[in-house]
Design a protein. Structure first.
Length: 82
């Protein structure tokens, strides 16, 4: 099963599980984001990431350039707030 197949199955399940009023709000918000032009600013597959610095779990700064100096870097983004 491809990723697109899996995502399609998730979308179908959401349509059955999420109330229509909530789905309308979600679709409207998605369309608003698309129309805002924000997608032209999104980093795309194959693009180089700009250098960044974030805090680790101990609150200490971690710099992407320092990590890259040690080898390849894989970055994962989680949705939501911890």
């Amino acid at each position: 099963m491809t990723l697109e197949d899996r995502l399609s199955k998730i979308r179908e399940g959401s349509t059955k599980r999420i109330p229509p009023a909530a789905l309308n709000i979600m679709h409207r918000a998605t369309n608003d984001l698309r129309e805002s032009g924000v997608l032209s600013e999104v980093i795309k597959v194959g693009d180089a990431m700009p250098p960044f610095s974030l805090s680790n779990t101990r609150g200490e700064p971690v710099n992407s350039d320092d990590l890259l100096a040690r080898g390849p870097l894989v970055t994962t983004f989680f949705r939501g707030y911890w």
